[in-house]
Design a binder for this molecule. Structure first.
Ligand SMILES: Nc1ncnc2c1ncn2[C@@H]1O[C@H](COP(=O)(O)OP(=O)(O)OP(=O)(O)O)[C@@H](O)[C@H]1O
Length: 308
């Protein structure tokens, strides 16, 4: 479990994270989302004790990271994993890491099998592909058999097979009762992997809810097909309602439920050939929610660029 309470981080004048409170629970994969510069990496670094909060706190499995006697047994992390540049083999890399924390050799063998690196375990890790490097990063995170995992962009640069492998692995780890927090820019991937979301924008919490609720909250649109599209479009016009049309007989309506559209059409004697609520994708929901958080950044940066 990860619990953040009023977590705040300032770098000089700039506040990277503001009064952030959220809980990442065990048993499901939680996605950590936010536009560039939202404060995700800063938050992850504070979770892992790599950066100290200016105020507030964040606990992993009940204690702040630094207060754990053997943190590697509590939380496994992969931050900005890149191919490992090392002359050591994957096996010796893991063995060295294990030795520093008293983790037995047998566990090194186990994690090599979990991440599927058995065949290349004795090859120089410096020559690994990005995908193999990611697997090695995950093996390192799993070494201490931790109850909590924090992974920053674990699928970056992976091929579809590697992405599917990580997805399955993370879901399995969560199903074992672990807490799994991952950030990713790939929304479609997040929608398939995560069940819960923590979304931040400009350092503040914007959503802490299930993926299903997050997407539902975005509303989506309704697709309507009718021979009398023009007439229906005029009847539906109202403040807050947007109607777009790519084909003359098809309308995409936002701001009205399919019930309302159906009733309006029936009252006017308009026959509908199709009336389909369209679920917004996670990407659309994310764009809608964070639009203001993104737009706000430009003036802030411009101001910073000006001489004092
Ligand atoms: N060491 C630092 N010194 C000064 N400012 C920093 C530092 N680290 C982060 N920041 C600033 O804090 C804000 C949040 O940055 P952070 O890297 O946490 O965002 P992010 O959500 O991880 O972004 P991205 O998705 O682009 O990686 C940014 O405006 C960034 O410029």
């Amino acid at each position: 479990m990860i619990e953040a309470h009023a977590l705040t981080k300032r770098y000089g004048e700039r506040t990277a994270v503001t009064e952030l409170s959220f809980t990442v629970r065990p048993g499901v994969v939680t996605g950590f989302l936010g536009p560039n510069g939202a404060g995700k990496s800063t938050t992850m670094r504070m979770i892992l004790g790599l950066d100290a909060p200016t105020s507030g706190w964040v606990r992993v499995n009940g204690k702040e990271y630094a207060r754990h006697r053997a943190p590697l047994y509590e939380v496994g992390a992969m931050l900005e994993a890149r191919a490992v540049h090392t002359g050591r083999s994957a096996y010796h890399h893991l063995l060295a890491l294990a030795a520093t924390t008293g983790i037995p050799r047998r566990r090194v063998e186990e994690v090599i099998d979990i991440v599927g690196l058995r065949e290349v375990a004795h090859k120089r890790a410096g020559g690994f592909s990005l995908g193999m490097g990611q697997r090695l990063g995950i093996a390192s995170a799993l070494l201490g058999d931790p109850a909590t995992l924090v992974l920053d962009e674990p699928v970056n640069g992976l091929d579809p097979e590697g992405i599917r492998w990580i997805r399955t692995l993370l879901k399995d780890l969560a199903a074992q009762g672990r807490t799994v927090l991952l950030s990713s820019h790939l929304m479609s991937e997040m929608a398939l992997t995560a069940e819960h979301l923590v979304v931040i924008g400009r350092g503040r919490l914007m959503a802490d809810m299930t993926v299903a609720d997050f997407v539902k909250g975005a509303g989506g649109s309704v697709r309507v097909r009718t021979d009398e599209a023009d007439r229906l479009r005029r009847l539906l016009a109202a403040p807050g309602v947007a109607v777009t049309s790519e084909r003359s007989e098809v309308l995409e309506v936002t701001g009205l439920s399919s019930d309302r559209i159906g009733r309006t059409a029936a009252d006017a004697g308009i026959a509908l050939a199709e009336l389909t609520p369209q679920q917004a994708s996670l990407e659309e929901a994310f764009m809608e929610m964070t639009r203001d958080a993104v737009e706000y950044q430009a003036p802030v940066r411009e101001r910073e660029g000006q001489p004092a």
